[in-house]
Design a protein around this ligand. Structure first.
Ligand SMILES: CC(C)(COP(=O)(O)OP(=O)(O)OC[C@H]1O[C@@H](n2cnc3c(N)ncnc32)[C@H](O)[C@@H]1OP(=O)(O)O)[C@@H](O)C(=O)NCCC(=O)NCCS
Length: 190
């Protein structure tokens, strides 16, 4: 499976030792502020099983993110085809970090590596990113990597009940507008 390496991070396959910190961050109300609920341990374990299968079968998807200097697991980042039932199709980039890992530029660094991979290795013509209208930190990551939002693309998530988390924004980055900067080197074929 492909690993993505940046100056400070490695995006890699999931290890057993990632499951406990992954479950802890998904049970943190601050990390889940812009989602309808926190996740149970079982839900986090099931998500890792899904990510592993997708990474093995496809070679890309939701990678575990590790800080190279410490070897510590800090969250996930990756690419995935957008869910069915939304008013657009394509491949979206995403990221989620444990609270202590916020404020270091790690999400932006991982996001850059992910979109570089999407354009250079997968040949995508466009990468999307979606979040709630309330999630300003995630939208800041999107803007830092050069994504732009057209308010005409805003939409209500049909899976989310009426309330502040229902309204979503869509950011786009087209291949011709992307300048690769974040990638130190990728390793494939492992
Ligand atoms: C979305 C999320 C990953 C963003 O994290 P973040 O820390 O705000 O984003 P970055 O990692 O890019 O860090 C940027 C911040 O680090 C600072 N920073 C510090 N050192 C830095 C460095 N060496 N390089 C770049 N930025 C640095 C930046 O100035 C910026 O600070 P600011 O937010 O005060 O302006 C995080 O809030 C999160 O995991 N949220 C919960 C899950 C979630 O909502 N995911 C998205 C769903 S779509």
């Amino acid at each position: 499976m492909t690993e993505l390496h940046t100056e400070r991070l490695v995006l890699r396959g999931w290890r057993e030792s990632d499951i406990a910190p992954w479950a802890a961050m998904n049970a943190d109300p601050e990390v889940r502020e812009h989602f309808p609920d926190v996740l149970t341990r079982e839900q986090s374990e099931a998500s890792v099983a899904r990510f592993r299968t997708e990474l093995e079968q496809r070679g890309w998807g939701w990678w575990a993110v590790e800080v190279r200097a410490t070897g510590g697991f800090i969250g996930f980042a990756g690419l995935d085809p957008v869910d069915d039932g939304l008013p657009f199709t394509g491949v979206e980039a995403g990221w989620r970090l444990a609270r202590p890992a916020w404020g270091h530029g790690y999400a932006t660094e991982a996001a850059r590596a992910v979109v570089d991979f999407g354009f250079e290795s997968l040949g995508l013509v466009e990468v999307l990113a979606v979040t709630t209208a309330t999630n300003l930190r995630s939208q800041a990551v999107m803007r830092r990597i050069g994504m732009t939002r057209d308010p005409a693309d805003d939409f209500d998530d049909p899976d989310v009940p009426e309330g502040p988390l229902r309204r979503n924004v869509l950011y786009r980055l087209r291949a011709e507008d992307h300048r690769p900067v974040g990638r130190v080197g990728n390793t494939g074929g492992r």
